[in-house]
Write a protein that binds this ligand. Structure first.
Ligand code: PLP
Length: 367
């Protein structure tokens, strides 16, 4: 039996008629960018994320860029973030001209280690950008407290964790700005690239709304320089159809994670954790195996038709393009260790227990 890492066709099947209807409507009206569908989605998203403002944008990467631009972060500024993440996190910091300062991860959750942040702060530090990696929230209480003490902005990279919580608070709405991605593989995904920024701050919301449209404040009037970061009507409409289903999809991911936890309990594997008081949404179910066993296991998964991912094989401080940072090998040992040992298994909402058994059987047969 083959087990895909994701099955969007099956996930969309019950919603396909609704999706076709909005597609036809948008084709008929030719209202392709922003408009009513974007406004409706933004209102629903703000409510779902318990946040005052949600602003739809062109991608998760652009959401990060807009958030940095909202704080005028630029050359000479530093932003503290995690090296164990998708490239966009560090890439967006560099793209606004600032310097990413990569701080090691906590080996338990694989999120930015909040205990290491203060020693990385300099007079140039302007913001902290935690990533809620794989669906588990970073330690936002501690990060917000540090930011408050040092007068720093907190920009949450919440591309992977929509619906995750700390207590009853939704991540993405706990820092100053939350950045979401709706890339097709995400827990809530559009029909292409899209994203959103979240904030409870009226002034930031107004500025980010302007930034997504070239900094426009009135027709063809520009007080600041922004970009074309608009969300398309079709993405917004599709996302609005899918949004009400997100809680049940996240629940299904959590159920699948529980099944893996029981079935892989006795294996020589580091399983993902869910810390007390935190709600994990398992964007990925990322296990860690001995570094010298990973290639063999990924080969066995491949041979048995089991989808998997290696997120992320090279931490950002070791990427060629960040060599100028001089964050040498060995300086961020937990990030480097995770990169050598991680494998993400299928955990998508439609996975069956039989499929999970199949994945576990291959792992047990190999390790
Ligand atoms: C942690 C993280 N940050 C940012 C992004 C960028 O989002 P997008 O692909 O929508 O630009 C992603 C998406 O893969 C991500 O996983």
């Amino acid at each position: 039996m083959s087990v895909p890492i994701l099955d969007l066709t099956a996930l969309h099947a019950p919603l396909a008629d609704q999706m076709r209807d909005v597609f036809n409507e948008i084709l008929t009206t030719s209202q392709f960018v922003l408009g009513k569908h974007a406004a409706d989605f933004e209102a629903a998203l703000a409510q779902a994320c318990d946040c005052k403002h949600a602003i739809g944008v062109s991608s998760g990467t652009d959401a990060l860029i807009i958030a940095l631009m909202a704080y005028d972060i630029k050359a000479g500024d530093e932003v503290i973030s995690s090296p164990f993440t998708f490239f966009a996190t560090g890439g967006s910091i560099a793209r606004v001209g600032a310097t990413p300062i990569f701080v090691d991860i906590d080996p338990v959750t694989m999120n930015l280690d909040s205990e290491l942040i203060e020693e990385a702060i300099t007079p140039n530090t302007k913001a902290i950008m935690p990533v809620h990696i794989f669906g588990h929230p970073a330690n936002m209480d501690r990060i917000n407290a540090i930011a408050k003490k040092h007068n720093l902005a907190v920009i949450e990279d919440n591309a992977q964790s929509i619906g995750a919580k700390i207590g009853d608070k939704q991540v993405g709405s706990i820092g100053d700005i939350g950045c979401l991605s709706f890339y097709p593989t995400k827990n809530l995904s559009g029909c292409g690239d899209a994203g959103a920024v979240l904030t409870n701050d009226d002034t930031l919301a107004e500025k980010m709304t302007s930034l997504r449209l070239h900094g426009q404040i009135g027709q063809y009037q520009h007080k600041i320089i922004g970009g074309n970061f608009r969300i398309d009507a079709l993405h917004a409409a599709i996302l609005n159809i899918k949004l009400p289903h997100l809680p049940q999809w996240n629940e299904a991911r959590r159920r699948n994670a529980q099944l893996y936890k029981h079935k892989l309990a006795d294996m020589p594997i580091t399983l993902p954790v869910e810390l007390d008081g935190y709600t994990h949404v398992y964007h990925q179910y990322t296990i860690r195996v001995d570094a010298n066993k990973r290639d063999g296991l990924t080969t066995a998964l491949k041979e048995n038709g089991i989808g998997f991912g290696v997120f992320y094989p090279t931490p950002l401080h070791q990427q060629e393009c960040f060599k100028y940072l001089n964050q040498d090998q060995g300086r961020l040992p937990h990030s480097e260790d995770a990169s050598k040992r991680c494998i993400s298994l299928p955990v998508h909402p439609l996975l069956t227990e039989d499929q999970i058994d199949e994945v576990c059987a291959v792992i047990k047969g190999h390790l």
